[in-house]
Design a binder for this molecule. Structure first.
Ligand SMILES: *[C@@H]1O[C@H](CO)[C@@H](O)[C@H](O)[C@H]1NC(C)=O
Ligand SMILES: *[C@@H]1O[C@H](CO)[C@@H](O)[C@H](O)[C@H]1NC(C)=O
Ligand SMILES: *[C@@H]1O[C@H](CO)[C@@H](O)[C@H](O)[C@H]1NC(C)=O
Ligand SMILES: *[C@@H]1O[C@H](CO)[C@@H](O)[C@H](O)[C@H]1NC(C)=O
Length: 308
């Protein structure tokens, strides 16, 4: 199980900056106004790979004249950090991160945050559960805010291993041992068995106020200055793609997407209030999961980090 997951999820891995990238001039703003930035990596990745979040950290530093960027390492070292993406329950990870952020004096006046893939919904959980220090703008890159239903392609795996994982998620995702042992099961969202999902999902159903409405979650989420959701139009990993914009299948089937403003989570998390105040922003870009170019990052995301 463990080894299989490694191999499988490696294909989910990492940001790869597409080459292209123009060398953009630094954006203009007063250094002092740039808030620190917190990054949370996706599964199969770590805080610090040079080809992945390491390069993003560097890019943000360059673009902001050296603002403080903290790329979260979950656990004592990079190996544990890598494993956390699969095997450490998100609730534990979020608790851990809340403590890290609270202990970091450089963040005490607030920070912006960027979540990569599942790091997007994990940082949203941080915003909802731990309002101090205050998160200002949350950018979610390919996050799965209403979960996933379906196994991504797994080209590096044998057909039988792929089948095995698929069977596990399809038939046992809501078993407690799977919920405890496999991070991806905690945001597995089966639209054919919505009530199972609501009762058994040990992470996503909670942060999405599915079963029990936690007013504090909605309140804290509305403290954000902005929630920016980025969808990858040609994503072959996140099923359905629309989850990146907080949408999902209408209950009872797995083809039709329910528009966000008709879904329960829209009201239950008071996303309607965020939208009403112009704080909910949807961006999209061509390309597969997390496949963004340096130029796109500089053009579309850096300005969000420089806003007052
Ligand atoms: C970075 O510094 C340069 C030169 O001091 C300045 O022109 C530019 O506005 C600064 N950019 C930011 C984002 O602070
Ligand atoms: C902005 O940052 C640059 C590079 O770190 C530094 O040289 C410059 O003095 C800073 N400007 C202000 C206004 O803080
Ligand atoms: C990506 O998806 C968009 C929207 O569905 C489509 O218009 C575009 O042709 C696709 N691009 C590629 C390279 O497949
Ligand atoms: C829901 O959003 C759509 C756009 O996605 C809009 O056309 C429609 O008016 C909205 N409906 C409500 C009830 O707000």
């Amino acid at each position: 199980m463990r080894l299989l997951s490694y191999t499988l999820f490696l294909v989910y891995c990492c940001m790869h900056f597409a080459q292209a990238a123009a060398a953009a001039a630094p954006a203009s703003a007063d250094n002092k106004s740039v808030l620190p930035v917190v990054l949370w990596h996706g599964m199969g990745d770590t805080c610090c790979f040079k080809f992945s979040l390491g390069s993003i950290k560097k890019l943000i530093e360059e673009q902001t004249n050296g603002t403080y960027v903290r790329s979260l390492k979950i656990g004592a070292n990079v190996v544990l950090d890598y494993e956390s993406g699969f095997f450490i329950h998100p609730n534990k990870q979020v608790d851990f991160v809340c403590k890290l952020l609270a202990d970091d004096v450089r963040l005490s006046n607030g920070y912006n945050a960027i979540g990569f893939s599942q790091g997007g919904q994990f940082l949203r959980a941080v915003a909802q559960r731990c309002p101090n220090p205050p998160m200002r703008t949350l950018i979610s890159l390919g996050g799965q805010h209403q979960g996933v239903y379906g196994l991504p392609k797994c080209p590096t795996l044998s057909v039988s291993s792929c089948e095995y994982i698929s069977q596990l998620l399809n038939h046992a995702a809501y078993e407690s041992w799977v919920q405890n042992d496999l991070v991806q099961a905690t945001y597995w969202h089966d639209p054919l068995h919505e009530s199972n999902y609501k009762l058994k999902s040990s992470f996503l159903a909670d942060i999405n106020n599915e079963l029990y409405i936690n007013e504090g979650y909605a309140e804290n989420l509305n403290k954000l200055k902005k929630l920016v959701l980025v969808k990858f139009l040609n994503d072959t990993i996140v099923q359905p793609k629309e989850s990146q914009w907080f949408e999902f299948y209408a209950p009872g089937q797995d083809t039709q997407i329910l528009p966000l403003n008709q879904s329960k989570v829209y009201k239950n998390l008071r996303l309607d209030q965020l939208a009403k105040h112009g704080k909910l922003q949807f961006l999209s870009t061509e390309g597969d999961h997390l496949a963004i170019s340096k130029a796109w990052f500089i053009e579309n995301l850096v300005p969000l980090l420089l806003e007052e």
